[in-house]
Design a protein around this ligand. Sequence first.
Ligand SMILES: Cc1ncc(COP(=O)(O)O)c(C=O)c1O
Length: 360
Amino acid sequence: MTIPKFKTFRIEAYKPGKSDIRKIQNPIKLSANESALGVSPRALKVLQSKDFLMSKYPDSKASNLRKEIAKKYKCDLDKIICGAGSDEIIQMICQLYLKPSDEVVVPQYSFLMYRIYAQIVGAKVVFSKEKNFKVSISEILKKITKKTKLVFIANPNNPTGTYLGKSELIELRKKLNKNILLVLDDAYFEYMKNEDYKSGLELFKNKDNVVVIRTFSKIYGLASLRVGWGHAPKKIINAMNLIKPPFNVNQIAQLAAVESLKDKSFINRSIKHNIIFANKIKKFLEKFKIFSSDVTANFLLLNFDKCKYSANYVFNMLQLKGIILRSTEDGYKIKNKLRLTIGSKTQNDKFIKAIIDIFN
Ligand SMILES: Cc1ncc(COP(=O)(O)O)c(C=O)c1O
């Protein structure tokens, strides 16, 4: 039987962090960089108390949410667009900027959705080498051609956890041709307490060739509600609004996002929790010669090169104990490493105990 012909894409589909294990009920999922402390109590309270008008379409402009974002981050409401996850912002940027002959530069080990959305619209993805799993400005510059339209960088980067400092980001923007759009993904910026770090938004709020992406899926704990946003010059935002699906962010997500933005004590608790446990786990794992780079976001990239067991072996043994980490082999193509999300206290304690069992 013949069916109408669809386009074929030469892409490797995104594989989300695994969330289940056969025969194990309620496994501990430390594979998707989700919030260790769940949803903010303030957001939960309003979600539980409100009667939602589910038969009505949501506010297509997410006006209230954009207003709160603008207030909190001291930026212009008209320079903000909301998406069904920051994922959708990445997709819109690719749709808006790229034609088949165009090129996009992404660091070798960067977040997978940049390359996927760029390839879907037919652009060529060019990978820049990293140095010690850190984004390299000189390697990015080497890959720039007349066809380069976009450069994507997550800062800090997923899955490596490394970051470019303030001066490095400024240097990159200066050295990139002005007509190349720099897309800076601030997904994990709230966790960053490193001295030389500045978020993309703080640095480039007034630049006309930088788009900054942010999400409510990480520290705000709203991954399932799908809400993120982008900050860009008005001209770019207006163009994105033309291609944005009209009701892309649902009403419940908009409301929960507004409440969680206001929940300062939850955010502070989450940051503190992350720093304490990330440092504790990093140090603990070093006893078993499992090393990771400096603590940055809410995950660690664990290196098993000096360890007596391989990453695969530890991954499988942890799974038998009901604990799921993120393998970095498929998609990211990083060998002998695992990405570990910092979990709740109970989850972290169970992870620590499981490691002790495996190594004994
Ligand atoms: C760097 C980075 N950007 C964007 C996203 C996507 O987040 P969202 O849930 O907002 O689509 C992720 C999710 O893991 C990420 O790590």
